[in-house]
Design a protein around this ligand. Sequence first.
Ligand code: ATP
Length: 474
Amino acid sequence: MSDILIVDDERDIRELISDILQDEGYATRMAGNCDTCMAEVRSTPPALMILDIWLKDSEMDGIDILKAVKRDYPDIPIIIISGHGNIEIAVAAIKQGAYDFIEKPFNIDQLLVVIRRAMEASRLRRENSALKRQGGEASEMIGESPAFRGLISQLDKVTKSNGRVMLTGAPGSGKELAARYVHANSARAEAPFVVVNCAQIEADRMEEVLFGRETAERGIEPGLLEQAHGGVIYFDEVADMPLGTQSKILRVLVDQQFLRAGGSDKVRVDLRVISSTSQDLEDAILTGRFREELYHRLNVVPIRVPMLSERREDVPLLARHFIEVLHRSQGLPKRALSEEAASLMQTLAWPGNVRQLRNVIERILILGEGSGEIPVEEVPGDEERRGVDDGRVVISGALAMLPLREAREAFEREYLLTQINRFGGNISKTAQFVGMERSALHRKLKSLNVVTTSRSGGRIAQYDDMEETGTAAE
Ligand SMILES: Nc1ncnc2c1ncn2[C@@H]1O[C@H](COP(=O)(O)OP(=O)(O)OP(=O)(O)O)[C@@H](O)[C@H]1O
């Protein structure tokens, strides 16, 4: 039964959406607050949910509802409606498992497209879940860019030791994969790799989940620390660990032993600890959310995982890798990626990093027409992000307020920075693409106050003082 649950505190909006969806042939239900919403979900799980992230007069906000539904009903696709400009909340929602988000004000066609995609993706996922269960996905790390090679060489150095590693980086950038890489290439490879999802385990259950428990009726129920014995325990989003649990973990790291809840015998475990965070832990320490001593214990070897926008050269490689992986694991069509589509993908912002790229590829393969090469038109990206529609450039507010000369310079600077980034800082390739002589491009960059640095591995920096930093170099 394909019914849709619409959760919005504004009656007019939920009724409007409901009417339109009914006209499109969907059955709908509505909820104006979190209690009604949870009661509806529990009585009959809907095929899809549309959820306003801001609910007034509700005990839980939209993100809490999202978490609760995803925890108990992970297969219900949830589309988030967020206010304009709430991109961070929307990204957080995607991270918590939302299928997609649309910003208010939205047009109804947009919403219908997203609903159709979500329904289709969910159907395919159900059909392919058996396949997925059998195979699992290869956890190969892909990349060739200088930033990526730098990461791999740091990871290779820590595989031989037992040192505690702290991986920092934006959501979806590949921190967990990096931790798995360290595990797989270490002497502990045959022992377990256990993930502790600090943001998703409820605070009052955290200790039982980590330390396990002992009761007369059920005997010993080992926690995650015990399950990881001999291998690696990975604390994902460690900043979200409750303060009380932080103290207990600190004690385990010092004593190398702990008690199960309700137990009296000390348990000894041999573990390697790898942690990750996408938040600024030093800031969390300053504001009292994270224990400094634990930070120093966990942060023996800090390694930063670069954002996808810092390694745009890897975008086509990753895109093709995901086409192959999704073909193998989910039976999606194995299509070639056109050069134009790959180039456009290299210029997009990717706030959700590699995970977002993977989702985009999955979406293209599910929705795309036929099995031929993926054309540029199938790459999603709203016109603002893409900037160009049928050869017309969209002028944003700020640019429109500048005199022509300054607007042209601003455009040239952004355009050239994007191109240089795409080509990994290689000026010759950039010059060839933009159709300029190499030396003319250098002069142009200099006049726009843009220099490229070799020190940062092909990344681009802007400097005010050209004399101090020298001339542009590849
Ligand atoms: N270099 C890479 N090569 C291939 N796949 C990658 C690479 N980096 C990340 N991925 C894939 O991208 C997705 C997100 O990666 P991962 O879960 O490791 O990110 P994360 O930084 O731990 O995210 P979060 O902070 O949200 O937990 C996964 O499907 C992962 O397999």
